[in-house]
Every structure is written in C-alpha cells, then in structure tokens.
Design a protein around this ligand. Structure first.
Ligand SMILES: Cc1ncc(COP(=O)(O)O)c(C=O)c1O
Length: 394
C-alpha cells in the first residue's frame, strides 16, 4: 500500500479537487505544471541554493540530552525553529514563489493562522519583489500581533477575515474568494498540505526536505537512517507531512501525529479532527472534517492559532484511516505546560503549536534504546504574549 498521492490526486479515499468552476483554470494550470517545473534542474538548483543560503538549511538534528535523561530514551529534535523566519513554513514558500514566477504570476495571496506562513510568504515576496496580500482571521491578528507587524514591515498587506470563528478557516475562505476574482495574474501560496490537488502533494514535496535531512543526520549520529518514532503536531499537517514523508513506507518507523484538543475533546471547544471528524469537503479537498450532523463545519478552537483548523490534510486523513499513524490529542493546558518545560529543560522556547508534539512524551512509554525524533516546527517568539498571560510572567 502506498501512502502517497495517486495520479488522480487521492490518498486512499481522501483528496481530489472539489472546486468551483471559476477556479478550475488556475488549479488545472498548476496541476499540469507543478511536477514538470519542480523536476527542472534549473528550478532545483535555485530552490536548493535558497534553502541553504537564505533559509539556513540543513537545520540541526539536536540530541536533547536532559530531556532524554528525564524520559529514559533517546530524544532528537529536528530544529525547524532555526529556519529563517522561525518555522518550517518557509521551506514551502520558497518553493511556491519560484513556481509562481515560472508561471508568470505577479500578485501573491496567502492565508495564515499563526502568522508564520504569512510571514514566510511576505518574506519570499520581498525577496522576489512581488506584491503580497495575506488574509488572516481577526482573532489571530490579535493573538499573533508580532507576526502581523513583521508582515507589514516586509511590505505585505494584511487583510482581516471577519466571518465565522475569525480564524484560519475563514482566512482561507477569503483567500479562495480573492483567487476566484483575480484568476489571471494571481498565485495562491497555500501554507499547508490542504486545499485541492495538487496543493497537498506539492507542499508535502517541498517540506520533505525535513525527513530527507533526518535520515542523513541519523545515519551520521546513530549509524542508522530510521528512527523508532517520528512525532509532529498537525494543524493542516505540513510540518508533519515533511517529517513523515521519507518514512511513510518504512513500517519500522512508528508515526505519531498530534492534534489540538483545545479545552478537551468533549467540551465543544477543540480542534481534534481525527477524534471528532467525519468525511467531508473543505477548501477543495475531501478529508476528515469536524462538522454537524447536517454537514455544517463546526467552529474549531485551540489556544494555538496554527492548529485551530476544523480539518486535516488528505494525507493525514488517510494515515489515520489506514492506522499507519497514531493520532493523539493534547489540551491547551498540557501544551502550555510543555512550552515552559522545554524552555527550562533544553533552553528552547517552542511555538505553542510545537509544544503539543512534546506532550506525547507523557502519553507514551518509550524504551531506553528507542530513537524518538520530535519535529520542532517553530519558535515561540510569536507566542510570548500568550505565554505571558497564561503564566502571569510579568
Ligand atoms: C510553528 C508551527 N507549527 C505548526 C503549525 C501547523 O501547521 P502545519 O500543520 O501545516 O505544520 C504552524 C502553523 O502556523 C506553525 O506556525
């Protein structure tokens, strides 16, 4: 069984491109060209060079000594927090901006939740001298204020999404609306492995550099390519897709995906899609989705803006359905506690999204000889105000 996308754009039962007719020419143009362009030597040369010189790759695979001693197992952290702009999101925006240029597009739009994808998009637009508009939910604009300021400094326009829960889902709706109205000159840089085919596959391929590096680095450090566990948080699922990509068909590697339980799965204030979701269509993709009995999307909730999404990408829906990955849900309180614990144990302040992944250490029992890789998707600078309020740090 393959866990990758098939020729029709599906991962098992999930994926596809369920889009309004007005979007068809744009999505089809991308579908017909993305693999061809990505495989061109000239494209690969520029992409790889920027990953090295601009993003700062390869990111370290850091052996977390104190954490390992605490849990009596071998814990490695893949340091995506050390990427330029502070998270994995830039791996994907570098790839997509090069693709947009090849397609002759001059105006870039994006959605953002935590603001990391917005900042990464604004950054590559500045780098390439292209116009940039970022849609962001009103609530996220407030809770991720430092990232809003960064986007503005980088020359992007930030447009608030004021409908629904005023978070990531609503920002995505606005971005899609914009694309429908500006089909000719506009390229939509989606920030996760969501949306209509080919986006989930394309974003996963750009993020796959994470697991490619893990393999090489583990070989050097441990004399073997495959860890026993790879763990990542899942909002839409792009950092997880990147961290899992080269291990999907390696059954010896256990895969753990971590979702946001918010205030608790049963409270009605959660974003735990695998626990609560049913098959549905969101943002052009057939996937698992939190919804009411009559198919209306349930408003999600998580303290972390980047996990506050009512669906997961189709790759993850398939990993869940086929049981290839184990899915765990972590509450706001558990994640926040880990934000502080990682800071004090390893001197690394994680993004709140990322802190969810670490809470798995309290949920699973690992053997002393196990190699456990946690994808440290981003740094916590953007979340300082939330940490300050939660822990009353001032
Ligand atoms: C640091 C960080 N981690 C994780 C996520 C979740 O996104 P994804 O599931 O696409 O990796 C975000 C989203 O903004 C983020 O900023």
């Amino acid at each position: 069984m393959s866990y990758n996308v098939n020729e029709k754009g599906f991962y098992g039962d999930f994926g596809g491109a369920f889009i309004p007719e007005m979007l068809y020419p744009n999505v089809e143009e991308l579908r017909q060209n993305y693999l061809k362009i990505m495989q061109e030597p000239e494209f690969q040369k520029e992409f790889q060079q920027l990953l090295v010189d601009y993003v700062g790759r390869p990111t370290p695979l850091y052996f977390a000594k104190r954490l390992s001693a605490l849990y009596n197992t071998k814990i490695y952290l893949k340091r995506e927090d050390l990427c330029h702009t502070g998270a994995h999101k830039i791996n994907n925006t570098i790839g997509q901006i090069l693709l947009a240029k090849k397609l002759g597009k001059t105006r870039i739009i994006a959605e953002t939740g935590a603001g990391q994808h917005g900042v990464a998009t604004a950054t590559v637009c500045a780098l390439m001298g292209l116009e940039c508009i970022v849609y962001m939910g009103e609530i996220d604009i407030k809770r991720q204020a430092p990232n809003v300021a960064r986007m503005k400094m980088l020359g992007a326009e930030v447009r608030p999404a004021t409908s629904g829960s005023k978070t990531l889902k609503d920002a995505t709706n606005e971005a899609i609306r914009d694309w429908i109205n500006n089909p000719e000159n506009t390229y939509y840089i989606i920030g996760s492995v969501v949306g209509p085919h080919p986006y989930p596959d394309m974003v996963a391929r750009f993020q796959a550099v994470i697991s490619s590096e893990i393999k090489h680095q583990l070989l050097e450090k441990e004399n073997r390519e495959n860890p026993d566990y790879v763990i990542a948080c899942v909002g839409g699922g792009s950092n997880a897709a990147g961290a899992f990509y080269h291990f999907l068909d390696k059954k010896v590697v256990k895969i753990i995906a971590v979702e946001a339980a918010g205030k608790g799965i049963e409270t009605g204030e959660s974003a735990a899609t695998s626990a609560l979701g049913k098959i549905g269509i969101i943002h052009g993709s057939k996937t698992l989705l939190m919804q009411t009995d009559d198919g209306q999307i349930t408003e999600p909730y998580s303290i972390s803006a980047g996990l506050d999404y009512p669906g997961v990408g189709p790759m993850h829906a398939n990993l869940f359905q086929t049981k290839r990955a184990e899915f765990l849900s972590i509450t706001d309180d558990e994640a926040m506690k880990w934000g502080l614990k990682l800071s004090k144990t390893e001197g690394i302040i994680p993004a709140i999204e990322t802190a969810h992944a670490f809470a798995v250490l309290d949920k699973k029992k690992f053997q002393p000889s196990d190699i456990v890789v946690i994808n440290l998707s981003g740094r916590g600078d953007k979340d300082l105000n939330t940490y300050i309020d939660y822990f009353k740090l001032t």
